[in-house]
Design a protein. Structure first.
Length: 154
């Protein structure tokens, strides 16, 4: 019996989509959610959900279990952000505005821009984001920053 490559691709794509959905559901359920409910909502068997939970854990997602309910430890985990090209371009323009209007070095902004630049597959946009990070990095560092995105002291 020959293996149909499209069936394999569909199964892989289906599993990837299911894992993303499972991660989202677990992250947004602070009290946890039962495997049976996850299975019913995903249209798969409960054993598949258990395998998917193991796969997420193997990928570094900090999953907790308490009396049959599963969730993600939100204090130690930040969800992965997946951007399409239009969203990446929107962030690029936002970064350009930020660099233009920022009069000081903010290490948190620089770190975020560096991460975006390193994570983008498009080399041109990535290079522009890295350039914007360098612009912000070259500004003088204000040492009286307490909460850099909220409060600034003179």
């Amino acid at each position: 019996m020959a293996i149909d490559e499209r069936d394999v691709e569909d199964r892989v794509r289906s599993k990837a989509a299911r894992l993303r959905l499972l991660e989202h559901r677990l992250y947004n359920a602070p009290q946890g959610i039962r495997a049976l409910d996850l299975a019913r909502d995903s249209g798969v068997d409960r054993r598949t959900i258990y395998r998917d939970l193991e796969a997420l854990e193997a990928m570094g997602v900090p999953i907790w279990e308490d009396r049959g309910r599963y969730g993600i430890n939100r204090t130690t985990y930040l969800s992965t952000v997946r951007l399409n090209l239009n969203e990446a371009v929107a962030l690029y323009f936002a970064a350009r505005l930020l660099a233009h209007h920022s009069d000081e070095h903010n290490p948190h902004i620089v770190s975020a821009l560096d991460k975006l630049a390193n994570g983008l597959p498009d080399a041109t946009i990535s290079a522009h984001l890295a350039h914007v990070a360098d612009l912000v990095r070259s500004r003088p560092l204000r040492t009286s920053v307490i909460w850099p995105w909220i409060i600034r002291l003179p």
